[in-house]
Unconditional design. Structure first.
Length: 213
């Protein structure tokens, strides 16, 4: 948290950090409230039930009040100091996609799954970028005008990017460093998450195709 605060304070006069507790069973909520008590830029919310990463991210997007919105995981895979590479692009972009330059710490299984995911999205939707599932910076008004149907971990942000591109918004991509987690196990590649993400992908593909007929 201190890294996030220091990086944002160095680059912005005003900002907010939204922390959402998704019914954690440890001391996450207690720690979040303590951080908010010590730092006025932090706002803490709690889901009434466990909603999962996708729906929680959607809630965060709805709650965000700034002109620009960016998301990051609690294990800090994106260093907010690297926003200094993205901010200059805002003059010519509505969405800035941060693409991982490399994926240290990824298992062979996760690398294969990631590659398949990218190939599928490019093939089905015709938008050729290198990373649909890491970090993006959005203009607030773009998020307000996009209707999002996916709530799965793997297809929520790709749908936003694809819809925005279809609507004529400017999507720009930039390579950034990826910082692997030091503790815990990632769940984004679990079979349950993959199935839900694939379901959302195919559902969106069918609706998008029918709309164009």
């Amino acid at each position: 948290m201190q890294k996030s605060l220091a990086a944002l304070r160095a680059q912005f006069d005003t900002f907010e950090i939204i922390l959402i507790d998704d019914q954690s069973r440890d001391k996450t909520l207690e720690i979040a409230h303590q951080a908010a008590a010590e730092n006025p830029e932090i706002r803490v919310l709690q889901n009434t039930v466990n909603m999962g990463q996708g729906k929680t991210l959607l809630r965060a997007f709805d709650e965000a009040r700034g002109e620009f919105v960016i998301h990051n995981a609690v294990d800090y895979p994106f260093d907010l100091e690297d926003l200094n590479q993205m901010i200059p692009l805002l003059d010519d972009a509505d969405i800035i996609v941060a693409a991982r330059r490399a994926r240290p710490g990824y298992s062979a299984y996760r690398r294969v799954i990631s590659s398949i995911n990218i190939i599928l999205i490019r093939t089905l939707f015709g938008l050729s970028i290198h990373d649909y599932n890491f970090v993006q910076m959005y203009r607030r008004d773009v998020l307000d005008k996009i209707s999002i149907t996916a709530d799965s971990t793997g297809f929520l942000t790709p749908e936003i990017i694809i819809r925005a591109n279809d609507m004529g918004y400017r999507v720009t991509e930039i390579e950034v460093a990826y910082h692997p987690r030091e503790f815990g196990t990632a769940t984004a590649g679990s079979p349950k998450v993959l199935i839900r993400s694939f379901r959302d992908m195919m559902s969106f593909f069918i609706r998008r195709a029918l709309k164009r007929l």
